[in-house]
Design a binder for this molecule. Structure first.
Ligand SMILES: [Fe+2]
Length: 248
C-alpha cells in the first residue's frame, strides 16, 4: 500500500496509522432506560464503590458481568452487538471467516467524585462502552483514551510537558476525551488504555455498560484448517480437569 503523492507546494502531513474509535448515538426509550437504571441500582445493592470510596462500582469485580443473560438488558445488548459488527465490517474483517464472542458485559456506576483508574482489557480483543447517562458536557466524567505510544511528540513525554515547547495539536495530543451522553456507544481496540475522569456533577450518578469481545475462527469441519493467528472456535477446545486428563 503506497501513500498518495503530495501536491506540489507546502508540506502536508498524512495520518499513517489511525486508531479506530467507533461511535454511534442511539435514542433509548425513556421507560426502558428507567427500567435499566433501576435494575442496575438493584444489582449494585448496598455497595457504592469498588471498594475504595474514590473508585466507581464496577460489576466485573462484584459478580455482575453477564448482563447479556439478563432479561432487562439482553435486547439492548443485541442491538449494541449489531453496531459492533458494523465496526468490524468497516475495519475490513470478513464476518464469514470469524466468530465474534461477547465475553462479558458489566455495569459501571460512578457516584460524584468517583473515578476509574487507567487500565486496558488484556482479556479481550475489542471493547465497547454504552452510556445510560450523561448530557454530552463531560461533567459527569469523560472517558479518557490514550494512544499506545504518541510517536509524534518526538521527545517522550513532551505532549504533557509543562511549559514545554510543544503546543498540543491533533498530531501530538497525549489523550482524547469522550463526553458521556445517554445512548452513546463507543467501540475501540481492547489494548487501548482508558480511564474514567472524576464525576464532577454532585447530583448525578454516572452509568455505563462495558462490553468485552473476543474474535475466534468459526467452527471448523473435520480436517479444515483454522486460520493462523486466530484462536480456533471454543467449541473445539478441551478444558483440562484439575485432577488431570483423561479423568480417572
Ligand atoms: Fe475498561
Amino acid at each position: 500500500m503506497f501513500l498518495p503523492l503530495p501536491s506540489p507546494g507546502a508540506l502536508t502531513i498524512e495520518p499513517l496509522f489511525p486508531v479506530a474509535l467507533g461511535q454511534v448515538q442511539l435514542h433509548p426509550d425513556p421507560l426502558e432506560l428507567a427500567g435499566q437504571l433501576q435494575a442496575l441500582l438493584a444489582l449494585r445493592g448496598e455497595a457504592e464503590s469498588n471498594p475504595d470510596p474514590g473508585c466507581a462500582w464496577t460489576g466485573d469485580l462484584n459478580g455482575v458481568w453477564q448482563l447479556h443473560h439478563h432479561a432487562t438488558f439482553s435486547p439492548l445488548i443485541a442491538e449494541l452487538t449489531n453496531h459492533v459488527r458494523s465496526y468490524l465490517d468497516q475495519l475490513g474483517f470478513d464476518p464469514r471467516k470469524l466468530t465474534l464472542h461477547l465475553q462479558r458485559c458489566w455495569p459501571v456506576l460512578s457516584e460524584p467524585t468517583q473515578v476509574v483508574g487507567r487500565h486496558h482489557h488484556p482479556n479481550a480483543h475489542l471493547s465497547a462502552i454504552y452510556y445510560l447517562s450523561g448530557d454530552g458536557s463531560g461533567r459527569s466524567g469523560c472517558l479518557r483514551l490514550w494512544p499506545l505510544r504518541q510517536v509524534n511528540e518526538l521527545v517522550a513525554g513532551l505532549g504533557v510537558g509543562h511549559g514545554g515547547p510543544l503546543t498540543p495539536t491533533p498530531w501530538t495530543r497525549p489523550w482524547l476525551d469522550v463526553a458521556p451522553r445517554t445512548g452513546l456507544l463507543v467501540v475501540f481496540p481492547s489494548c487501548i488504555d482508558h480511564a474514567v475522569l472524576p464525576n464532577d456533577d454532585p447530583d448525578a450518578l454516572r452509568c455505563s455498560l462495558s462490553l468485552d469481545f473476543v474474535l475466534t475462527a468459526p467452527p471448523m469441519g473435520e480436517g479444515q484448517a483454522s486460520p493462523e493467528y486466530l484462536a480456533p472456535h471454543p467449541s473445539h477446545w478441551l478444558a483440562i480437569p484439575e485432577d488431570g486428563y483423561p479423568p480417572a
